[in-house]
Design a protein around this ligand. Structure first.
Ligand code: ATP
Ligand code: MG
Length: 280
């Protein structure tokens, strides 16, 4: 199932998140019905990453953004768990450390971008600097309002260097967020995840919605598109993200490099070695 067109934010398009249904599940009625398709996409991801790594030419940057309990961690586990960790890494962006804060806001993001052949997953990202920074007035408007253009330039620079970029906003409803908070509260295994500030952040829901809508409108570009993923159903979120990443990698069509060695000569050497060691 190709959800690329459906969830793509066309460059410059105005997005009203309130009009996008976070409960959408497409043609699949439930998780059971989607199981085979999810498994299929994960297998494609595995194979395509193998080729991307072997090709050692291009790279992939995946940005995950969501409100608290939006499912970033689950997506990392269930979708990107398909990748071989040798060629993939996840970078979680937290409140900037003093060293990070002493640099320009893109410094830490740039340092975490993927090398040739690699995939980097940003769990939160440089977009926090026009999201939380804006909603909480961490910097004056005069400063954050200039960052959209800087982000677009930064991403353009990466694309020109051979990094493909996909950005996902995991879209949940306020009710679903509350359900997930309650589930965490009921399960001692999840208590470590609880954070008073998550509840306080709910008061800023509208502020975040507006800030996200501006990000989606101003920073979805042809080369570094944003996708809004209906994420109330975790299994559908996984299916949609996996299928979009798989289609994108398919299109990149990474090629195994030509063998550097003379395969004929190696085969002859192998046959000689095998003949010499086989019993008479
Ligand atoms: P979890 O789902 O486990 O809670 P999380 O991504 O919310 O994961 P936390 O450690 O709870 O991780 O939160 C990270 C916090 O860092 C978020 O509140 C986020 O807004 C904040 N943060 C990230 N980047 C910046 C930034 N550039 N400036 C200020 N705060 C930031
Ligand atoms: Mg958190």
């Amino acid at each position: 199932m190709n959800y690329r067109k459906r969830f793509l934010v066309e460059p410059g398009a105005k997005v009203q998140l309130g009009e996008l249904d976070p409960d959408f599940t497409g043609k699949h009625a439930n998780e059971t019905a989607a199981k085979a398709d999810i498994a299929d996409d994960l297998e494609r991801l595995r194979k395509l990453q193998y080729r991307l790594y072997a090709e050692h030419e291009r790279s992939l940057l995946i940005v995950l953004q969501a409100l608290d309990a939006g499912g970033k961690d689950g997506t990392v586990r269930h979708v990107f768990g398909a990748f071989n960790p040798q060629g993939a890494n996840v970078h979680a962006f937290k409140v900037p450390t003093p060293e990070e804060a002493a640099h320009d806001f893109l410094w830490r993001a740039h340092a975490a971008t993927p090398a040739r052949g690699h995939i980097a997953i940003f769990n939160r990202s440089h977009y926090e600097d026009v999201l939380v920074a804006r909603v909480h007035d961490l910097v004056p408007e005069e400063m954050w309002s200039k960052r959209y253009d800087r982000i677009n330039e930064f991403e353009k620079n990466l694309v020109q260097a051979g990094t493909h970029i996909l950005k996902f906003f995991l879209h949940i409803s306020p009710d679903e967020q509350l359900r997930r908070f309650k589930k965490r509260l009921d399960d001692p295994q999840s208590w470590w995840k609880l954070n008073e500030s998550d509840y306080a952040e709910r008061k800023h829901w509208d502020g975040y919605r507006k800030a996200y809508e501006d990000v989606l409108e101003r920073c979805s570009t042809k080369r570094a598109p944003w996708y809004v993923i209906p994420a109330n159903h975790k299994w559908f979120r996984n299916l949609a993200v996996a299928s979009i990443v798989a289609y994108t990698l398919d299109e990149l069509d990474p090629k195994l490099p030509k063998p550097a060695a003379d395969i004929g000569a190696i085969r002859r050497a192998y046959e000689e070695a095998a003949a010499a060691t086989s019993p008479a």
